[in-house]
Design a protein around this ligand. Sequence first.
Ligand code: ATP
Ligand code: MG
Length: 423
Amino acid sequence: MSSLQPVRGTHDLLPEAMRRHRAVIDTAREVAARYGFQEMATPIFEFTEVFKRTLGDTSDIVTKEMYTFAMGAGKGSSADEEGATITLRPENTAGVARAFISGGLAQQVPVKAFYAGPMFRHERPQKGRQRQFHQFGVELIGVAQPQADIEVIACGAHILEALGLSDAVTLELNTLGDPDSRTAYREALVAYFSAHHDSLSEDSRDRLTRNPLRILDSKDEGDRKLVADAPLFEDYLNAGSRDFFAAVREGLESLGIAYRLNPRLVRGLDYYCHTAFEFTTDRLGAQSAVMAGGRYDGLIETMGGPATPGVGWASGIERLAMLLAEDIPAPRPVVVVPVGEAAQATALTVAQDLRHAGFVVELGYSGNLKKRLQRANKMNARAALLFGEEELAAGNATLRDLDSGEQELVSLNSLAERLSRLA
Ligand code: ATP
Ligand code: MG
């Protein structure tokens, strides 16, 4: 280990990677805004309790993946705070729900939030799986109707389409029904898996008592064989749950959003209900999920807020950035090159004026003309502005088009206008 390496599972976003990252977030934000989602941000850490309550004591995230710290004593801390622990957010739905409650947003429903930022999970790093990664996501809080599910999924599909990824992803869809249906299904699952108790993996035996639905997405070979013959949720859905799912499916179909039913797509927590979905890809090896979400009608009440329905999804920015076909080029600058001492001051003010006019301008810092032009080419500059004493005396500069190699004299007053006509 070297202390000059980034911590395992974390990555620098150097400019080239950052441009892809930015492109993903900007596209997502712009599309989400068209659906009425407004950006908000919550702190990167919360009291541990916020995540324990929302994700559940038995979830993988809470049992294995959270970065939790003692808050410790510090200036101005109360005794309460000193005894508390804080956790780096592993996801952002809990934070948004907490903010919804503490910010009194219940008066303003429906609340439509978009967020983007870093998340932290202590898991085994591999391609597409990091310890600090980034998500963007949307939450639509306060609407119980299936229209909200449809809108949220349509927004996700639209973002993936805008990123050019429609062909790279598949929408997988399932329903978890309402609480009554879930209880009935859970009982059926417990009965079935209990009869095969000895063949279950150790993890799944544990899940059987804590969180039997989770067995359905076990990665263990033996478990998978049992799961293949397990009871289907479909057979335990009551009429209301069936109608809800039918409405979601019809809505998606009327919008031309293709999906594949996946009865094994589950969420382990009690407050999840009805719609569960994931956009997956086969282009990233084992890390196949790029966007995942569902309805969480019980969440806000579980946290101690007023009973409020909600539906949303979160998407992994690194995974999407890896799927983008092309590099995102940096903007091509105009390079200002003073020739001789006397031109320095003018070059500086012209550069500044052009920046105010919206151009990306680089100053050749030092070296002879040839060196500076070489550097301009290296930074993929679109044009160079050469300031020699004679030209300046006449109020002109030489514009060199670095793609065609052509040069012309341009008056200082019309530089911006002339540059804006370069392709
Ligand atoms: P996975 O099955 O890959 O572990 P998950 O079910 O833990 O995913 P969610 O909690 O639903 O993932 O998070 C939503 C999205 O965030 C995922 O679909 C994925 O794109 C991304 N994501 C989750 N964990 C990581 C990670 N450790 N590194 C990079 N991206 C991640
Ligand atoms: Mg995970």
